[in-house]
Write a protein that binds this ligand. Structure first.
Ligand code: NAP
Length: 305
């Protein structure tokens, strides 16, 4: 079986993973959106990763989904709303028993991908690393963090896991990946939408702690109802710690809205509200928050899903 890492999406995280794997001598191939993007990439001659102000160039080969050859290991590094449509074009190339690693934030996109790929093993990841694009094919590694990986259907450690350590990608295998993803989703729901609506840095929420408290109470109830009591434990305390520790930062959702980019709300607050409804759970503050956010996005001409 080929040990090539195919990486779908050469944006911030995709490039960060691709460059570190390539640097460690792993076989890596980028799968780009279309022929135009492939041509632009070929003109640039590769990816540039900037770490501690040091740019380094990596001439990683690239192709489009229409290229030939089976894919045995795929890292999906698109935004949550792009993951399933992007994968759909690769389905015919995915080998029986392929490993598909999903880096998407929030929940919902992983199941949409897994439904398209009955022949593959889908591994979910939760990342606290930070990277952003300074330009096309040029990414800055902005924040060291950690990656938790796991497969809700199969606790066995995948054979390729050591590649991550060899590439210096900080990662741990966990059997509780859904708990990690739910906890991160809940932290996001309690902080990010409010920073958009109040137009503030995370620290600005110290002036809205009653609102944060109401959301945390409902989020904890939701987590317990959907079988994630551990993700509910000490949620409000952690939300407050994050608000203080990142007081000067603008949340990712704030930055997306500010830059006129589509948000991943459908897979974050939207997912929380949909799951609550499925369980017949009334969460008026979360629902009201979603309505306000959707209205805010609509007024700015941004997609609401
Ligand atoms: P990003 O910089 O916007 O990169 C997404 C990439 O996906 C883009 O390069 C885009 O291509 C590509 N793409 C979309 N559709 C495609 C298709 N059909 N075929 C091939 N490529 C396609 O996004 P990101 O910041 O890396 O985020 C990826 C995921 O990781 C998100 O769910 C995000 O929440 C999560 N995450 C990000 C960070 C971070 O620091 N960036 C941290 C933790 C989690 P084009 O270049 O052609 O547009």
């Amino acid at each position: 079986m080929s040990s090539t890492w195919h990486i779908l999406g050469a944006g911030s995280l995709g490039s960060l993973w691709a460059c570190r794997l390539a640097r460690a001598g792993k076989a890596v191939r980028l799968v780009l959106r279309d022929r135009q993007r492939l041509q632009a990439y070929e003109q640039a001659g590769g990816l540039t990763l900037i770490e501690q102000e040091q740019p380094r160039h990596y001439a990683i080969p690239a192709e489009t989904a229409q290229a030939d050859g089976p894919i045995h290991r795929l890292l999906v590094a698109c935004k949550a709303y792009d993951a399933a449509p992007a994968i759909a074009g690769l389905v015919p190339r995915l080998a029986e028993g392929a490993d598909v690693l999903l880096l998407q934030n929030g929940l919902g996109s992983q199941d949409a991908v897994a439904d398209l790929l009955p022949q593959a093993r889908c591994v979910f990841a939760s990342s606290t690393e930070g990277a952003f694009r300074e330009g096309d094919w040029q990414v800055r590694f902005a924040g060291h963090g950690f990656n938790w990986l796991g497969d809700p259907r199969n606790p066995a450690l995948p054979a390729w896991f050591d590649d991550l350590h060899e590439a210096g990608i900080p990662a741990e295998w966990t059997v509780d990946i859904l708990t990690r993803l739910w906890r991160k989703l809940a932290l996001n729901c309690a902080i990010n939408p409010l920073t958009v609506l109040h137009a503030c840095q995370n620290g600005g929420l110290l002036g809205h702690l009653a609102e944060v408290h109401g959301l945390c109470t409902e989020l904890a109830a939701l987590l317990r109802r959907c079988g994630q009591p551990q993700a509910a434990e000490g949620l409000e305390e952690e939300v407050q710690r994050v608000i203080v520790a990142t007081a000067a930062n603008y949340s990712s959702m704030y930055q997306d809205v500010h830059a006129g980019r589509r948000t991943e709300v459908h897979y974050l607050l939207g997912h929380a509200c949909r799951v609550a409804a499925r369980h017949g759970l009334q969460l008026p503050q979360l629902e009201h928050l979603l309505q306000r956010l959707v209205e805010h996005l609509r007024l700015r001409g941004l997609p609401c899903d």
